[in-house]
Design a protein around this ligand. Structure first.
Ligand SMILES: [Zn+2]
Length: 379
């Protein structure tokens, strides 16, 4: 039971209590594995505070929520965080009964990233309630499907999202993350001909063909490790993470597939990424590449860029030391930067807590984030 008085803590607890697990492509009950419950809660919450919020589906039952606070400023700040969480199986705590203990709020999504959603809304509503003047128009955007395929952010961009700069809320412990790699994932398949294993010469073994694919990709991985490196992010990489093929030991396999994880540097284009991999396999017959099922760009915002400076100043004024850094993981910020919206990643909570069996967030971090964001937005 919640006894905390601060509105931002109550908001966070309410958000954690509404399951919004990402279905990750599985056939699971949509009441718990969808962002729609959180989306309707947020729409209502904002409406009661005089903020008109709308939602639209990025795929059936998977909405984004958007609200524009128009103060007739010349510039617009995007505040974006994702509503989906990873699944809650095997958690050591009750995932959807938010408990506050020793200054921490426990529950699935508390840190990744309902804490950021609460901090964004908490700072905006507090400024509005006090009648403070805003420096920028604010575009609040809460998206679906960050944990799996980045569909929400991609849909927002396709829908014509406009902003001058932005913050993507992720648990950075209030550090400013100004660069991270991107990631593209896809499958490569080989096609064989099935036969009885006593007569392998009558078939074509898809696993043998895949063997050659794997050797070439291993050589390609070594080339990438020696290729041009980014001063902040190092080299691009390629890795084979999954292999599957064959149906029984006495049947020559007619199919085999592998799954590729390619970590990219900012500026690498998807056509180049796939083209380079295809070129390594070009002359091999019976090999086919699926289109990527996930692709998000890397991003790099200069240390002296306006958005980094503004947020650093706000941190200093909010009494928190500004640290700027790079992250090993990909976020929605790659998608907005690719559209020319200078976007950094910043939010309360420690990434070490994300996706864990006893996920929590330090409430002090959430309150500090609110202070920093108020300093950033108030004129
Ligand atoms: Zn996240």
């Amino acid at each position: 039971m919640m006894t905390q008085k601060e509105p931002v803590v109550r908001l966070l607890a309410d958000l954690v209590a509404i399951p919004s697990m990402n279905p990750m492509g599985q056939n699971v009950p949509p009441d718990r594995y969808s962002e729609s419950g959180v989306a309707s809660y947020l729409r209502e919450y904002l409406k009661r505070r005089g903020i008109d919020a709308e939602s639209y589906e990025v795929s059936p039952g998977r909405p984004n929520v958007v609200a524009f606070i128009d103060v007739k400023a010349s510039e617009t700040l995007l505040l974006e965080a994702h509503m989906d969480t990873v699944h809650a199986e095997g958690m050591a705590i009750d995932p959807f009964d938010p408990v506050v203990k020793d200054g921490r709020l426990y529950g699935r999504g508390s840190c990744d990233t309902k804490g950021s959603i609460a901090a964004f809304i908490g700072s905006v509503t507090e400024l509005l309630r006090r009648g403070s003047k805003f420096k920028y128009n604010v575009l609040l955007l809460f998206v679906a499907d960050e944990e799996y395929r980045f569909m929400g952010a991609q849909a927002a961009v396709r829908g014509g999202l406009r902003a001058d700069f932005g913050i993507v809320g992720e648990p950075t412990s209030l550090a400013i993350v100004r660069a991270h790699k991107g990631v593209t994932r896809w499958r490569i398949r080989t096609e064989g001909v099935a036969a009885h294993s006593a007569f392998p010469e009558r078939g074509r073994n898809a696993v043998y063909i895949m063997g050659e694919v794997i050797r070439r990709l291993e050589t390609y991985a070594e080339e990438l490790a020696r290729s041009k490196s980014d001063p902040d992010l190092g080299q691009p990489t390629i890795s084979i993470g999954v292999i599957q093929g064959g149906s029984a030991v006495n049947v020559v396999p007619d199919s085999c597939w592998i799954e590729i994880d390619r970590r990219t540097l900012p500026g690498e284009q998807i056509e180049e990424i796939l083209g380079a991999a295809a070129a390594k396999l070009g002359d091999l017959p019976h090999v086919r590449m699926d289109p990527p099922y996930l692709s998000v760009q890397g991003m790099s915002v200069a240390e002296d860029d306006a958005v980094v400076r503004m947020l650093s100043n706000a941190l200093a004024r909010g009494g928190t030391n500004a640290v700027n850094t790079v992250a090993p993981y990909a976020t929605d910020a790659g998608i907005y930067n690719a559209e020319g919206i200078k976007t950094v990643v910043f939010g309360p909570g420690d990434i070490a807590q994300a996706h864990t069996a006893a996920e929590f967030i330090e409430l002090d971090q959430v309150k500090k984030a609110v202070d920093v964001l108020k300093c950033l937005m108030a004129a």
